[in-house]
Design a protein around this ligand. Sequence first.
Ligand code: SF4
Length: 80
Amino acid sequence: MIDSYTRQIGDLEIQVLPGQCIGSSACVHTAPDVFQLNDQNISEPTSDGSDSEENILLAAQACPTAAIVIRKKGKQVWPE
Ligand code: SF4
């Protein structure tokens, strides 16, 4: 883990941009084992939960402010 907002699951690197997160919870509802809101109402990847690549990508795509960046094997796949 690079910082509390970045996490690797399998081939995916998941990064939340805390400055862009508005705490809408869309990612948490879509992939609750991977995203959680911290005490400042900002999404953070969980430390040990997991989910399918497809659902993690869906969670990122559900974010209204594009605050979740997904890279697969180092290549950014979301936002496109
Ligand atoms: S969907 Fe986006 S804005 Fe909403 S909590 Fe998740 S990262 Fe934050």
